[in-house]
Structures are given as C-alpha cells and as structure tokens.
Design a binder for this molecule. Sequence first.
Ligand code: ATP
Ligand code: MG
Length: 424
Amino acid sequence: MTIQSVRGMPDILPEQSGGWLFLEQTVAALFSSYGLVQVRTPVVEETRLFARAVGDVTDIVEKEMYSFDDRSGESLTLRPELTAGVVRAVIEHGMLHNQTQRLWYQGPAFRYERPQKGRYRQFHQIGVECFGFADSTIEAELIELTDHLWRALGIRDALDLEINSIGSVSARESYKTALVAFLHSHFDSLDEESQSRLERNPLRILDTKNSSTQALLANAPALEDYLTKEDSAHFEALCLSLDQAGIRYRKNPRLVRGLDYYGRTVFEWMTDSLGAQGTVCGGGRYDGLVQHLGGRATPGVGFALGMERVVLLMETLGVIPAQMQTQADIYLMIQNVQSESTMRSLAREIRFQIPGLRVMTHIGGGSLKSQLKKADKSGADIGLIIGEDELKTKSVVYKPLRGGDQETLPNEEVVKRLKLLRDM
Ligand code: ATP
Ligand code: MG
C-alpha cells in the first residue's frame, strides 16, 4: 500500500503555491515598510508553555493540541499558535528591557480539529506581536496594517472588520460574575456546549453559534457596562483613530476571542465568501501575558491571520496575479543537439543581464512542435528558437507566443530586445 499524507495535513502543490508566494512576498515587503522585523521560533515547545499562555480551559489546550513525550520523558507540543513561543523568546532573550519590539512571524501551526474546507490539522499563520505600547495607537497601526495588506492582495472588499473591548482583567472578572449568575438562572434553556462552558469559560458563550442561546443572550448583562473609565477611553481613542484613517468597522459587543490572554481590544476580519470558516484574521491586546509567563509586566498587542483562508479567498476572488501562476516568461528551444551549448550560453546571458526574468531552457529533445507545446504550457510570452540556420548565422528566432509575428534577431540583439519588453 502506498503511504499518504496525514489526515488534515495537506500538501501545497505548484498549482496553489503561486498564491502562497504572492501572499508571502506581499507580507514581507509590506510589514518591513511598517518597521516590523521578523522572528522565527521553533515548531515545538514545552507543553506547559501553551497550557499557561493559551489557557487551560480553552478549546486549544483541552482538545486540540498535538502533545507527546520525547525520549527523555519531557512533554512537548507542536505549537497550536505562535504567540506563546514569541513571548517566551522575548522574555528569554531579554528583549523587553527598556525597549519596545515590533515583530512578525510566519509558519506552521498544529491543531487536532475536524478537517474541512478552511480548517486543517497543520495550517499556517502570519502574525505580528508588538511589545511595550500601552497606548491604543498601536492597535490602530496594526489594524491599518491589516487593512493595507488586504488592499495589496486585492481582497479588501470581501472583508469586514469587527472590533470590541472586553475590558481589563478586573472589569472582566466582575462581568463574568454577573454573566454567570444570569446564565445560571436560565441554565435549562442553554445549549449543551454553553452549559459545559458556563463553569469553565463563560465568556466564550457570547461566541455561540446556537440561535436559541443567542436569543437568550440578548437580555444578558452587557460587557460594555462593566468597562472601567480607562477601558472605555482606550476603546474610544481607537475608534477615533480608525475613523481618522478612513477604516470602516463594526462594533460587535459580543466579540470575544478564543484565547485566554486577551484584554481590552479584540478585533477580527471576516468574510462571507468562504462559508463557515469565515474568520481570516484575529487579534487584540494581551497586557497580562508577558508577566503571566514570568517576564516583567509589559503590554502586548498582536494579530494572526490564517494563510490557508487568505489564499482560499484570493483564489475565490481570482486576484492572484497571472505571473504567480505560470512557470516562465521566456522559453528557449533548439532544432538539434548541436545548438545546446549556444542555447545555454544565451540563457545564461539573459539571466545575468535581466534579474528576475524567468528563463526556461528546453531539456529533453523532441520535435520543434512538441517543444512549442511545452513553451506554451510554461506560460512564457516569448519563445527563442535556435535552428540550424540561426546556429550558423549566430542569430535567434524571436517568437511571440501569445500573438504577433516572429522575427530573426542577431544574438547580441536578444538581451536588448527583452530589456525593452520588460520596461514596457
Ligand atoms: P476558529 O474560530 O476558526 O476556530 P480560532 O479562533 O481558533 O479560529 P485563532 O486561534 O484566532 O483562530 O487563529 C488565528 C487565525 O488562524 C484564524 O482566524 C484562522 O484564520 C486561522 N486558523 C485557526 N485555526 C485554523 C485551522 N485549524 N485551520 C486553518 N486555519 C486556522
Ligand atoms: Mg479554533
């Protein structure tokens, strides 16, 4: 029997990888234009890091982690998200003493979930974590960054932004007490999942997809009423900054995040275009996390986007540039093997003179007709053919492959012509 990939851990094949590269290249350029620098942390961490950072009573830690004992009996876990590892790293390397940090990351994460469209067991996140900024300006900057990214990718119109303040820790504790009291008095009307969340993680009930529980929540105490004066001022300042930047958003008083460590600002970008897995990016403020993991109290703000969902959205909307989905710009062909070294030296010349141009040489012989078929399939716009006559006269047939007349050019003209084409 042949061996297959692990369930929920798909390969990303060349048909899709163009979209992935487009996302990665766009992110790398854009994020550095906002002064962010990249950090890379290991895929595996000690299990207790996630139990502590993400929270014991979250879905992730309760049922989604890939944990195992290594050969010395230490419990390790494949990271279910990347924030915990980044926070561990900045503490471990003393990166928070008298300095701020603006970091970004990219890489795989692992969760044992039921695989479906937009939900996998190995998936990939791109995210940002900023440390040392107490002011809501940083939330505005990061939300503006995400808005800018969607524009650069061509998917802005398919996305909606929701924001909320879940208050500081003290506000949330008093709210929790009020919410739990209210829900207890309606315990029998709650759906089963919400009943089980009531003791362990009551705030997540606000997130429920169950419509009768949702109806019940309409009369529940509102988190908004429990915010401190400072919490409200922080949120209003953020809303003002977003207004000034011209970024549309919807205040959703029910928006909470799955992870434990958030406080004050939370936000999500979602889409209707992907079915059930509509949340593409989520983030917020986590002022308590650094201290919770043993560092000196340091405010933090960040977000993470799911690369699979962003790529799916780009595919659905058809916004991936054609260039990212083809293999070559120029395809070189030869009529007989004697021309091979000439073809290779011409290709070498073009590649050195015009960096970034994608140049493929035909390899493997065959008729000119079959070579032209391969040239067409490569997506190249221009074919360069060295026939018997051309070999003698040191020239090349320059053949537009998407319409237009072919012509014969002396070898030394070819690079000049291709440069002209590039500059057009
Ligand atoms: P969801 O509500 O969809 O389960 P989440 O709240 O668990 O999402 P986060 O922990 O906030 O997600 O992760 C940030 C982003 O990572 C999500 O918005 C989503 O785009 C993506 N993501 C999360 N889990 C998966 C998964 N199993 N497969 C693919 N993408 C995922
Ligand atoms: Mg989840």
